[in-house]
Ligand binder design. Structure first.
Ligand SMILES: [Fe+2]
Length: 320
């Protein structure tokens, strides 16, 4: 798709996120990142994502929020977490980030030439959420041998409930045919290898999906952690289905098309699988319910009015 010259509205420029990455991240040799991932299982760099990019993504998340019966992509609540999965439909800045050549360079060195975007999300984790130690080399049916990388970006400072990784566990976890590990087993046998990632917003963490990791549990009810997640792996015949706003992609080459899964099956279930039952108290606010009730009552009254009165009301509504 060739780029055409067009006028870009100011709000579009803002939503673009500007220079996405810091000069330090862009200048870092891909080989340095590959070595860190191969040795420790992870790479981390603070201030890798720029402030304008963070702000653009958070604004896009706010604009899509949570809704009932709204005919566009929006977020969901899953008990102690909020997810906005369809970021490629909601955020130009995220789309630029997730398809950036720097990320392809990183994936090339670890995954070779064939890989695709498996899953993505913006997510918020609240207090009381408990995540088990686990690996991510699995399908939606469980453990599997699939090389992959996960990118996590902190969009707010994280000084609690941080991401944790068992250093170099990607080298041996594949010998076990399971993905979940108990807290006690990890503390007792691998406590000295646990690395905790308390870090400021803009931090990028890239890790091997075979590594054992979790988010450290937080007891506080008021805690919120805001992050981006996307997973890239070598299994070409399935992924979560992607909703993409094509307006966010200026041009698309064969590599990007394969990465996004054009023409490839996408039969995984979108994570998390939620229904209205997963909404905790307070998520559907009284304001939302009272606005709905007021509108439905007014609408029912309007529907039974004589035709000429309806015309007068419509004319007045047009004038206001
Ligand atoms: Fe994970």
């Amino acid at each position: 798709m060739p780029m055409t010259s067009m006028k870009v509205a100011p709000q579009e420029l803002k939503a673009d996120g500007g220079e996405l990455f810091s000069a330090e991240f862009l200048a870092l040799a891909a080989n340095t990142i590959h070595q860190a991932i191969k040795t420790d299982g992870f790479f981390i760099l603070e201030n890798a994502l720029s402030v304008p990019a963070i702000e653009a993504i958070l604004e896009d998340v706010d604009n899509h929020g949570f809704a009932i019966n709204r005919n566009w992509a929006h977020g969901v609540y899953a008990e102690h977490q909020y997810y906005l999965t369809h970021m490629l439909a909601c955020s130009r800045a995220f789309t630029r980030l997730a398809t950036h050549p720097k990320l392809f360079e990183i994936c090339d060195g670890i995954l070779g030439h064939d890989y695709r975007l498996k899953a993505m999300r913006y997510y918020e984790t609240y207090g009381k959420h408990h995540m088990q130690w686990h690996t991510d080399n699995k399908t939606d049916r469980g453990f599997a041998h699939i090389p992959g990388l996960i990118f996590i970006v902190y969009l707010a400072d994280v000084d609690d409930g941080e991401f944790q990784y068992v250093r170099a566990s990607h080298n041996w976890s594949g010998e076990r045919a399971y993905s979940d590990y108990g807290d006690e087993e990890i503390e007792k046998n691998h406590g000295k290898d646990i690395v905790s990632f308390k870090a400021p917003r803009g931090t990028v963490i890239i890790y091997d999906t075979y590594g054992i990791h979790r988010a450290r549990p937080v007891a506080s009810r008021t805690f919120v952690r805001k992050s981006l997640f996307f997973q890239v792996d070598s299994k070409m015949d399935s992924a979560e289905p992607i909703l993409l706003n094509p307006a966010y992609i200026d041009s698309i080459d064969a590599k990007t098309a394969q990465y996004l899964g054009f023409g490839l099956p996408a039969e995984y279930k979108v994570f998390p699988n939620t229904t209205i039952k997963n909404l905790q108290w307070g998520r559907v606010g009284l304001r939302m319910v009272s606005q709905w009730l007021a509108y439905r009552m007014a609408r029912s009254l309007f529907d039974i009015m004589p035709h000429n009165i309806k015309k007068i009301i419509k004319a007045r509504a047009r004038r206001t």
